[in-house]
Unconditional design. Structure first.
Length: 117
């Protein structure tokens, strides 16, 4: 027995019938992807805007020139999430998984640093 899983780019201009013709046995929608045009203004509810304003006063956001430099921070933060949510298996990313992800060419990473005040 053999299994093949194909994930189609959500931005691809592909009609479902093309996929059904290419893969006639079975096609299942795995997850719905939401796409937003970042050039359009976001229409956020008032309470979301209030949270964004409050957060913008409490943190500074920086672009990470070398994402690998902050690997230990990502691992430490994620370990807390793993413990809190009881994650295991592939969802409990290892240090090596973070190493590989943060080393991907073209990766853009940002981090928020809490400010005093």
């Amino acid at each position: 027995m053999m299994s093949l899983v194909v994930v189609v780019n959500p931005l691809a201009d592909v009609e479902a019938w093309h996929l059904e013709r290419a893969l006639p046995d079975r096609i299942d929608a795995f997850r719905r992807h939401l796409i937003r045009d970042v050039d359009e203004p976001a229409h956020l509810p008032a309470h979301h805007r209030r949270h964004v304003r409050r957060a913008s006063r409490a943190v500074e956001v920086e672009l990470c020139a070398d994402p690998l430099e902050h690997r230990d921070d990502w691992v430490r933060l994620y370990e807390e999430l793993v413990a809190r949510r009881g994650l295991f298996g592939v969802r409990a990313f290892s240090r090596q998984a973070f190493q590989r992800q943060l080393a991907l060419p073209g990766l853009v990473a940002m981090r928020a640093i809490g400010t005093v005040g």
